[in-house]
Design a protein around this ligand. Structure first.
Ligand code: ADP
Ligand code: MG
Length: 376
């Protein structure tokens, strides 16, 4: 058991990446030039001017994208990770950062053209690859789910598509039913009752149309919910899931991979989000803080080789447990806003990311104590 745990951690160290992406200045920003963030030409480190101390802070990561890096450049760097899902890995990409820093732009982007983000590009790549692998007698089936975690509750964003869909798992779900995370016989986590929409592998045009339809449904479902709960999407985590099942006709080999693309809730501190104004807001903020700090605690436990990794402390980490252990691969995008007003939040995000990066490098030692709340 311990040995297994050790192997898991070793494996994980090679399988966590941290990428930083700073968005360009936008017309709505109060400041429009001279960012406190400076990306070095090698694309692996950055310097940020810390407003509090007035001195520059240096950070190194696997990859640091300058504001000029477009969607295609960014996707090129993650496409190997996407391929791993077809190889049977449990793969997770997160986007972490304060509201307005570019998390949704990175994950979802907009339109069908050059501004599209990682979700549509990944599905397109998986469709192409699955068809290419068909020559080696691989048959893949794909399906997608989309859920939201709000106040530690899971919400299916695709329930309205369920009538026309036969692939949803057991307990039929009318939208109001609470979803729960369960373990299957192989010990892998799944969300009981979550809608799974099939995506056609044989015809990539059709497959992409199916994706577009379900993204539209998810987005409408999110906005309806946000009005009802007086909440914004920045206060919940959204997780797009692609389930990949492959069967090789020659060898009889089977692979079951999945790709989770998580747009995390805004990481900004309590006071700036206006929390405290009412009980609902306070509850939301506490949930966000809790799940983001649980994510930090999980990475910290992995980095220090702790015998207990607290996956079950939040829905987010419990849901993504398979990606954060054994045959998992995780990549965290840290999104930054280029403005001076945001530099305090940017420093917080970079410190969080630095701890995550230490898991990958295996540099962390037992004296590192980490909690997302502690650094704030
Ligand atoms: P978040 O999801 O972190 O709250 P968004 O992704 O919604 O932030 O980004 C905020 C705004 O900035 C959006 O209008 C988005 O289109 C724009 N934006 C973010 N990143 C970029 C980028 N790399 N290039 C151009 N515009 C961007
Ligand atoms: Mg967003």
């Amino acid at each position: 058991m311990r040995r297994q745990m050790h192997n898991d951690i070793q494996e994980l160290r090679g399988n966590i990446r941290v990428f930083v992406r700073t968005r360009p200045f936008l017309p709505g920003d109060k400041q429009t030039d001279e960012s406190p963030i400076d990306v070095t030409p090698d694309g692996e480190s950055l310097t940020i001017l810390d407003r509090r101390s007035g001195s520059p802070l240096d950070f190194n990561f696997d990859k640091v994208f300058p504001p000029s890096a477009g969607q295609e450049v960014v996707f090129d760097e993650v496409s190997d990770f996407i391929q791993s899902a077809l190889d049977g890995y449990h793969v997770c990409l997160f986007s972490y950062g304060q509201t307005g820093s570019g998390k949704t732009h990175t994950m979802q982007g907009c339109g069908n053209g050059p501004m599209r983000g990682i979700i549509p590009r990944s599905v397109s790549k998986v469709l192409d690859q699955a068809r290419a692998m068909n020559k080696q007698k691989w048959n893949f089936t794909l399906s997608a789910s989309f859920l939201e975690i709000y106040n530690e509750n899971l919400k299916d964003l695709l329930t309205s598509m369920q009538q026309s869909n036969e692939k949803s798992t057991s307990n039929s779900n009318n939208g109001s039913k609470k979803l729960s995370i369960k373990r299957n016989r192989e010990g892998k986590s799944f969300v009981d009752g979550l809608t799974q929409i099939p995506i056609d592998v044989g015809d990539s045009h059709l497959g992409m149309q199916q994706l577009e339809t379900l993204m539209g449904v998810a987005s409408r479902s999110r906005s309806v919910a946000s009005t009802k709960m007086n909440s914004q999407s920045s206060r919940s985590h959204s997780v797009f899931m692609l389930h990949l099942n492959g069967y090789n006709e020659d060898s009889g080999a089977i692979v079951n991979g999945n790709l989770n693309l998580c747009d995390l809730a805004g990481s900004e501190r309590l006071d700036r989000s206006g929390a405290g104004a009412d009980a609902q807001r306070l509850k939301e903020t506490q949930s966000i803080n809790k799940s983001l700090s649980c994510l930090g605690d999980v990475f910290n436990a992995l980095a220090t080789g702790a015998s207990h990794v607290p996956y079950r402390n939040s829905k987010l980490t419990y849901l993504l447990q398979d990606c954060l252990s054994g045959d998992g691969k995780a990549l965290m995008f840290v999104n930054l806003s280029p403005t001076t007003a945001s530099s305090g939040e940017s420093v917080c995000s970079l410190r969080f990311a630095k701890r995550v990066n230490q898991v990958e490098l295996g540099k962390a030692t037992k004296h590192i104590q980490y909690s997302a709340k502690g650094q704030r």
